[in-house]
Design a protein around this ligand. Structure first.
Ligand code: NAD
Length: 302
């Protein structure tokens, strides 16, 4: 099918590439020209603006880094909302349910259907087509885009309520954020007392403490101290803040989420929004006076 694709970053680029390889005809746009050119070299058509993309495709997908970017691309001047051909806007970004509903309502005035479709599984999942894809929107519209979404991962229909996919995604990412900081504290505790962090991670992964941070993030990006997992701290903090807002708007007070939120605010303050989110261990190490992993094999080092 003809698919417009806006936002060709760490996630968007491999998702768009997979759609091209699966035989879809893509019209792509990003504010960074070089990535548009790279996909044009692989057979995509280069778009010149969100509106231009929406002039040329009934289905427009987007993978954008902030709530503001999704709002502007979808509903701003020169945005998807002004496109002549577009019928549905599939937002693969994480924007939270309130923003998803806002975009849904604005697009509905122009008879454009918003399909919420946040994803989980990281850059590796986007490369391999193994993401979890959490879709909400009208059932019939979901059926129209289902086969294309299956190219990027395992597709789950969450419900018809606008924003439902976002609520699902925030629950997932709250757990991912918690795993990262909780595992950092557990490993720093061990290293401070003289344990080998590599052995710790092997034991945790063979035991009941195993989680996505111990399984994927520590072996690949923390123990080698490469801090290159591919998800920015700024994006993780965006998701944690959105999860807290979502809980508050539902009248809930969440003890763990509040504590996790405070820790991530320290990470973004100390390491910066552009750092990789696996750098979350650094403030914990600093406070404890140890370094985990690295060339020394990762035994406690001052
Ligand atoms: P990214 O910053 O790597 O990519 C965003 C892309 O959007 C960039 O190429 C940027 O140039 C482009 N862009 C920004 N503003 C634009 C605009 N106005 N018009 C057109 N293009 C614009 O971000 P990412 O890591 O690919 O994340 C994208 C979304 O996916 C975010 O909502 C994020 O929370 C979510 N997500 C990311 C991961 C991950 O592991 N990186 C995993 C799951 C979900």
């Amino acid at each position: 099918m003809d698919i417009g694709f806006i936002g060709l970053g760490k996630m968007g680029f491999p998702m768009a590439r997979r759609l091209i390889e699966a035989g879809h005809h893509l019209i792509v746009f990003d504010t960074r020209k070089e990535v548009v050119e790279q996909l044009a070299a692989r057979g995509a058509e280069a778009g010149t603006s969100p509106r231009d993309v929406a002039d040329r495709a009934e289905t427009v997908m987007a993978s954008l880094p902030s709530l503001q970017a999704s709002l502007e691309v979808a509903t701003g001047a020169g945005g998807v909302i002004e496109g002549k051909r577009v019928k549905r806007f599939v937002d693969l970004s994480t924007v939270g349910s309130q923003m998803a509903v806002r975009i849904h309502d604005l697009l509905a005035k122009r008879n454009i259907v918003q399909i919420d479709s946040p994803v989980s599984g990281g850059v590796a999942g986007a490369e391999k087509g193994t993401l979890a894809v959490m879709v909400s929107g009208p059932r019939g519209e979901f059926e129209t885009v289902k086969r294309a979404l299956e190219v990027i991962g395992k597709v789950f229909f969450i419900g018809e309520k606008p924003g439902a996919g976002q609520t699902m995604k925030l629950a997932n990412n709250f757990l991912s954020a918690t795993a990262m900081v909780a595992t950092s504290e557990a490993v720093v505790m061990g290293v401070k007392s003289g344990l080998d962090p590599k052995v710790m991670i092997d034991v945790i992964n063979a035991g009941s403490g195993m989680n996505t941070a111990s399984r994927d993030k520590f072996p690949r990006s923390v123990l080698p101290r490469s801090f290159d997992f591919g998800f920015a701290t700024g994006l993780m903090v965006k998701d944690v803040r959105l999860a807290l807002e979502e809980m508050k708007s539902l009248g809930l007070s969440m003890e763990v989420a509040e504590a996790v939120g405070r820790l991530w605010e320290v990470v973004i303050r100390d390491e910066g929004a552009e750092s990789d989110f696996t750098a979350a261990i650094k403030p914990v190490e600093k406070a404890a006076g140890v370094v985990v992993g690295g060339k020394a094999g990762g035994i406690a080092a001052k």
